[in-house]
Design a protein around this ligand. Structure first.
Ligand SMILES: [Zn+2]
Length: 321
């Protein structure tokens, strides 16, 4: 077993990555961070029990984790795609790409977007040995350490370690929110880390329940790169309610979220969209807002997760006008 661990420590410390002082800063040791970040994301998937077999599908959950690591350490505005590292891990010798029927398994297709990746590849199969290591918490931790210490500068290593912990805790928190009715008081005193866990966990629970669809206008836009137009909004703000139960949440697009928080939109007793007359005074407000009046809102499938009437009534009384 130790031989296998040593073998992968060696492989993980010599990943074939794009290197160049002008392309990559000292923060990532002048190398492309894609492969190490994808491997960290995979290990998170195993830790959460989302990945349970050696065949890896480029799922939305994996994409979100990868994007979270990326945005945590890369400069704002520098975007990327998980499509770069996913097929290219093949060159490191522990990962076989599995194309859809009709595509040649040997050809090195040029893939630079998730659309292309999903069109050509069903997924990838990792070595049984590595799969075994990824299933064990102790070996995951060792391999995580190798990646973080090899490919990232000392000043950003703690961010990656923390993001791993936040990912795990946020996942656990979202599962708790989906299982229990009561979430108040989970965190007595809130640290920055608690806030990240709470935000990320609450968001995960809400966007899952609403399947990435805005409750008020019904828009659903999920880009192939895993970005979504919706936010998880508290009906009674967290600062006031400390209530992360999904029944105090709504999945809202950016425009509806802003309009809801400003009191320009609300939800009636019968779960219909309310649009404030005040919205009409602003000629910049998009006209489609008014066509939503009295339309039923989009709710989660299970009634126990529908927005709570008490929270909606608070919003109508305190915010909507
Ligand atoms: Zn909307």
């Amino acid at each position: 077993m130790n031989d296998v661990v040593d073998k992968y420590i060696e492989i993980f410390s010599k990943l074939k990555t794009d290197r160049g002082k002008h392309r990559w800063s000292s923060l990532t040791c002048h190398g492309a961070p894609h492969k190490p970040l994808l491997l960290l994301s995979l290990m998170d998937g195993f830790a959460q029990g989302l990945l349970v077999e050696p065949f890896i599908v480029p799922s939305q959950a994996l994409l979100e984790t990868f994007n979270q690591y990326w945005s945590r350490i890369m400069p704002r505005g520098k975007t990327t795609s998980m499509a770069y590292p996913f097929p290219r891990l093949k060159s490191d010798g522990f990962w076989e790409r599995v194309p859809h029927p009709g595509y040649d398994p040997v050809t090195d297709y040029n893939v630079s977007s998730m659309v292309q990746l999903r069109k050509i590849y069903a997924g990838a199969r990792m070595d049984q040995e590595l799969f075994t290591l990824f299933c064990l918490p102790e070996t995951r931790e060792r391999l995580r350490g190798v990646l973080i210490n090899t490919y990232f500068a000392p000043e950003i290593r703690p961010l990656l370690v923390e993001q791993g912990h936040v990912n795990q805790a946020a996942y656990d928190y979202s599962q708790t929110l989906l299982k229990i009715a009561e979430s108040q008081g989970l965190f007595e005193t809130e640290t920055d880390r608690h806030k990240k866990v709470r935000d990320q966990g609450f968001r995960k629970a809400i966007v899952t329940l609403y399947d990435h669809r805005c409750a008020l206008c019904g828009i659903k836009l999920l880009t192939p790169e895993g970005h979504t137009i919706v936010d998880a909004a508290h009906i009674v703000p967290w600062s006031r309610s400390h209530d992360d139960r999904p029944v105090n949440g709504l999945c809202l697009c950016k425009l509806c979220h802003w309009s809801f928080d400003e009191g320009l939109m609300g939800v009636s007793k019968n779960y219909e969209v309310l649009v404030s007359k005040k919205a009409g005074f602003d000629s910049n407000m998009p006209g489609h807002i008014f066509t939503l009046t009295d339309r039923p809102i989009f709710k989660p499938d299970k009634e126990r997760f529908w927005p709570e009437q008490a929270s909606l009534a608070w919003h109508r009384k305190e915010k909507f006008s």
